[in-house]
Every structure is written in structure tokens, then in C-alpha cells.
Design a binder for this molecule. Structure first.
Ligand code: PLP
Length: 384
């Protein structure tokens, strides 16, 4: 079926985090969920499950695990066994579990800022030391500064939280980059926790490679976090999983998470299974729509927001906008919230190198995106 992503559906009054945080007159282009209705097969499966009318304790759907394993094999030629999959209610939970399981307070957690704010804040909250060599800006693209990456590692650095595809800089790391990062981590005996939540939203000219699929040696050092939540816009249904192929790491994970992991909820697993099995038509159309929105931004940002630079996007729907030369007084996201009534994420929240930037979520109908840009453009015009 042909999905309609152009229609604007009112999400106000639905307890949406995105739509509830700010006033009625604010266009919220911040937190990473999409303003598109879910795929029909997912809605159908959820309705059927509701009609069943029992919601007691549940076991993970066997078919879900088979579907995940087939997917990993089919998409990435990555062979994973059922006992190597560990379900999670969410990936922020997963990355915090990994930090708890494989580091002690005072030990180092390696990240690549500017990066998803939980990577930079949560380890510090739990008494770990942040080791944060920034990604290097190269024109409109970010790259790994391998010298800085390796230099930052000390004997106290125990885990590397990789974000691939990278939020917010939009990179899909290449095989060569992944191999080099893995080689450095293995040489320094640093466990890799690879958050791949955005892996299904990759634009056609790029290819996602799970770092653990590089080979058995890398897999032995890696915990991979994946979920259908960004893919099918199911964040509120709380469903994700970790892949751990090293029995020693799996043992550490089990020990650290005992009694803390509620696993999957009934509706989340039903939606995940329906999405993975029957959601491809919707997903292909969503990616095509996001691709058009991205190209629209490439074209429109320079016209409407002079001196604002947009980072090249290889995946996801989160545009990383550089306002450092735009002459905006103070913090750009605060400026646009106040003067344009558009809510963006503050770049400073993403750690080192994020100041002067803002993140704009473009997973919304084009008309809404256009309205946000008009408002932002109007606010900037008033400055000069
Ligand atoms: C890299 C990354 N990891 C994790 C999450 C959130 O995961 P969850 O909602 O499953 O906790 C996000 C959401 O934007 C994200 O971008």
C-alpha cells in the first residue's frame, strides 16, 4: 500500500514527549521520533493482541528471535545464535547495563562527541570517567581522528560506546573506519558497546555494517545494541535487544543485570515481530520520504538560513546544523525556541564540539518542515 507521510496528524493531547514539552504554539523538531503513523501490519498485530484481552506475564516470542537472527544473517551475513540475544526494554538501558557490567567506578568510558547525550552524561552520573576524543570536522562531514582516538585511551579505559550510524553527525562508518576502531580497541583490551539503533534508516548510497560482523575476534569483544524502535517508530513500546557472542561477556552482563532487566513487554514484542516481518513496504517508503526531506534541507537551509551549515547526512532524520558563523546571540536552540517557536535540541548537550550547533528532527510532513524553516528564517532576518 502507499503510505501518506504528507498529512499532518495532531499529536497534541496524546502524551507524546515531543509534543507535550513546549507550548501549543511551538513546532517540536527535537526528540527522535517520527510524526508519521505506524505501518499497517504493526497496527493490525497490536489490535489483534488487544482483542485477545490477556496481558499477564509473558515469555519472549520464539518467532521474534528467529526473525531477528534471519535478518542479521540476510542483511549483514552475520551469524548469531538464539542464546546470544538478550532482550531489553530500551537501548539507553542497554548502554547503562554495559557500563555497569564492564567498568568499575573511576574507570574510563570512551565516546566520540558530539554524540547522543546519554553517552556523555550517564557514565559520569554513575561515577565513571568520560574519555571523549572528539570526531574531526572535515568540511561538511565528520571523521574519526584515529590519532586522537588512540591517544585518549589509558589503561583505565575499559569500554568504548560506539554510535553507528552516528547521532547527531549522521555518519555511517565505513568498513575501513570500523576495522581501525576495532583494531585499536582490541589492542588496548577495550570492550566495544556498539549502539546501532539507527541502522535501518540508512540512505541508499550507504551501507550499515555491524562492527561485530567484521569477524569473530571483534565479535568476542563486542556488545551490539539494536531495536525496531527508530526503524518503525515504536519508541514508546519499549523493545530492544543486545547481541553478546562472548560467553564471558554474557556472564558479566547477566550478573550485572540480574533483577534489573524487565525485558520485553507484550505489545512491544508483537509490534517488533510485525515490523520486522511485514514492515518493509512502510520502511522503504519512510526512507524515501526522509531522503527527500534531507535533500529539501540541503537546498533550503542555505537559502533561508544564511551562514548556517548543514552536515552531510548518511543516515537517520536528525540534521546537525552549525550556527557558529550565523551571528546568533547566545545559544541557537534557545534563540529559535524564543524567537521562532521552534524546538530543536541544543548542540551543547551532545558533549565536546556541540556548542554553537543544534539538532533538527526532520521526520515530519514536509509542510511542517517548511513552516519551521520559515519561522527560523524570519527570526534570523529580525537580527540583521
Ligand atoms: C544512539 C541512540 N541510542 C539510544 C536511543 C534511545 O533508545 P531507547 O529509547 O531504546 O532507550 C536513541 C534515541 O534517540 C539514540 O539516538
Amino acid at each position: 500500500m502507499k503510505y501518506d507521510f504528507d498529512s499532518i496528524r495532531d499529536r497534541r493531547g496524546s502524551d507524546s514527549a515531543k509534543w507535550k514539552k513546549y507550548g501549543e504554539d511551538v513546532l517540536p523538531l527535537w526528540v527522535a521520533d517520527m510524526d508519521f503513523v505506524s505501518a499497517e501490519p504493526i497496527l493490525r498485530a497490536l489490535r489483534q493482541r488487544v482483542d485477545h484481552a490477556f496481558f499477564g506475564y509473558t515469555v519472549p516470542l520464539g518467532e521474534l528471535c528467529d526473525t531477528i537472527l534471519n535478518r542479521l544473517k540476510g542483511l549483514y551475513q552475520w551469524a548469531v545464535r538464539e542464546d546470544e540475544v538478550f532482550y531489553l526494554p530500551g537501548l539507553v538501558t542497554g548502554l547503562n547495563f554495559a557500563v555497569q557490567a564492564f567498568t568499575a567506578p573511576g574507570e574510563g568510558v570512551l565516546v566520540q562527541p558530539p554524540v547522543y547525550h546519554h553517552f556523555v552524561k550517564d557514565p559520569v552520573h554513575h561515577g565513571r570517567v568520560l574519555v571523549d576524543p572528539p570526531l574531526a570536522e572535515n568540511g561538511d562531514r565528520y571523521e574519526v581522528d584515529f590519532e586522537g582516538f588512540e591517544k585518549a585511551i589509558t589503561p583505565q579505559t575499559k569500554i568504548f560506546i560506539l554510535c553507528n550510524p552516528h547521532n547527531p553527525v549522521g555518519r555511517v562508518f565505513t568498513r575501513v573506519e570500523l576495522e581501525k576502531m576495532a583494531e585499536v580497541c582490541l589492542r588496548h583490551r577495550v570492550v566495544i558497546c556498539s549502539d546501532e539503533i539507527h541502522c535501518d534508516l540508512v540512505f541508499p548510497e550507504y551501507q550499515h555494517i555491524p562492527i561485530a560482523s567484521l569477524g569473530p575476534e571483534v565479535a568476542r569483544w563486542t556488545i551490539t545494541l539494536m531495536a525496531p524502535s527508530k526503524t518503525y517508530n515504536l519508541a514508546g513500546l519499549r523493545c530492544g535487544f543486545a547481541v553478546i557472542q562472548n560467553p564471558e561477556l554474557a556472564k558479566g552482563w547477566r550478573k550485572a543485570t540480574l533483577g534489573l532487566n524487565p525485558g520485553l513487554n507484550i505489545m512491544g514484542q508483537v509490534a517488533a515481530l510485525a515490523g520486522y516481518r511485514e514492515g518493509k513496504e512502510w520502511l522503504d517508503q519512510v526512507i524515501a520520504y526522509l531522503h527527500q526531506n534531507r535533500d529539501y534541507l540541503y537546498q533550503t537551509v542555505p537559502e533561508k538560513l544564511p551562514s548556517v551549515r548543514m552536515t552531510r547526512m548518511e543516515a537517520t532524520y536528525l540534521a546537525w546544523l552549525d550556527f557558529r558563523r550565523a551571528g546568533i546571540p547566545g545559544n541557537p536552540s534557545q534563540f529559535f525556541l524564543k524567537e521562532a517557536r521552534v524546538a530543536l535540541n541544543d548542540g551543547g548537550e551532545f558533549g565536546r564540539g556541540g556548542e554553537g550547533f543544534a539538532r533538527l528532527n526532520f521526520a515530519c510532513p514536509r509542510e511542517m518542515l517548511n513552516e519551521a524553516l520559515e519561522r527560523m528564517s524570519g527570526a534570523m532576518k529580525k537580527l540583521f
